[in-house]
Ligand binder design. Sequence first.
Ligand code: SAH
Length: 340
Amino acid sequence: MKNIKDYDLEELKKELVEIGEKPFRAEQIFKWLYQEKVKDFDDMTNISLDLRKKLKDNYTICNYQILRKQESKDGTIKYLFDVLDGNAIETVLMSYHHGYSICISSQIGCKMGCKFCASTGINFVRSLTSGEIVEQILAVEQDTGIKISNVVFMGIGEPLDNYSAVVNAIRIINNPRGLNIGARHISVSTSGLVPGIYRLAEEKIQCTLSISLHATNNEKRNSMMPVNQAFPIEELMKACKDYIAKTNRRISFEYALAKDNNDNLEDAKELIKLLKGMLCHVNLIPINKIDNGIYSKSSNESIMRFRDYLNEHGIVATIRRELGSDIDAACGQLRRKNLK
Ligand code: SAH
C-alpha cells in the first residue's frame, strides 16, 4: 500500500479526485497529518467514516519507531529510526539560539564515496521516499514536543541522487498546511551533482543550496571526493552561477578543514579566486576524524587563520559550531545502523 505522506498537497488532491472525493479533503488530511500529527485515519474526526474507510483501504500512515535515542552534553539528540523494512536511518536534532534545526537523511546509505565521511563504506540500500524523509521531522517533533524551525538535508545520503523524493518532501515541509517551515529555512546539501543543481534552479523553491566543496582544485578534490571525476570544479562552478542567477539566492559552500591537506593559506587563496564576486558564504567545518580515516582535524589556529584570511579578502566565512561529536552525531559521523 501507498504511504499517504508520500504525496504533496497537489498530488493528494489528484489522488482524492480519482477516488471520487473533493480536492479540499486533501487540505483537511494534510492538517491532520502535519499539524495534528495523528497516527491513525480514525483520528481524523471531520472526515466521514466512508472516506476514512477508503483511505484505510488504499493508504498507510507511516509512523517511525525510535530504536535508539542518544543525547549529547550539548543538548544535541541523535535518533535511530526503524523505517519499517528492516532498515534504520539516523536523524539529528540540534538546538541553536534561533531555534531547533534538524539534520535529516535522504537515503539508506550513500553512493558518493567521499573519503572523509562515515556514511561511506556502508552499502547503499535504497533511497527514502518523500514520506520517509518527512517522517523524520514529524517523529522528532512528536517525541520532543518542540517545533522545528530549520531543516538541513545533511544526514546520510546524497539528496540530489534522490531528486524527486527530496523536492516533493521539501514541498510538504514548506507547505503552510504541511509542516509550514519557510523555504529559506530549508537547506539542501550536495556533493556536487551538477545536473541536479540545474534542475533545482528551475523549481521555484527558495531553499538554500549548500555545496560540499572541500577543495579548490580538481586534483585535491578528486582525491577527497570521487564525484569530482564526473563533475569537475569548473562544471560545478558553472552550475552554481546558474543557480544564483536563476534564484538570486546565496549559495553556502561547505569546506571541511583537514590538517595539512586543504587548510593552508595557499588553499585559501585558491578558494578566494574561485568564489570572488559570487553571491555566497563559506561554511568552514572542522573535519571530524572517522574510524580508519586518513584526514584529521586542523588546529583551531589554522581554522581561524583560514577564516580570517577569507574574510579579509571579501569572502564571508564562518566556522560551524561542532555539535554532538560525543555521540557520533557531528558532520560526517552518521552511519546506517543495522537493526540487529
Ligand atoms: N551528500 C550531501 C549531504 C550529506 S553530508 C553532501 O555531500 O553535501 C553533509 C555535510 O557534511 C557535507 O558538507 C559533507 O561533506 C560534510 N562531511 C562529511 N563528512 C565529514 C566529516 N568527517 N567532517 C566534517 N564534515 C563532513
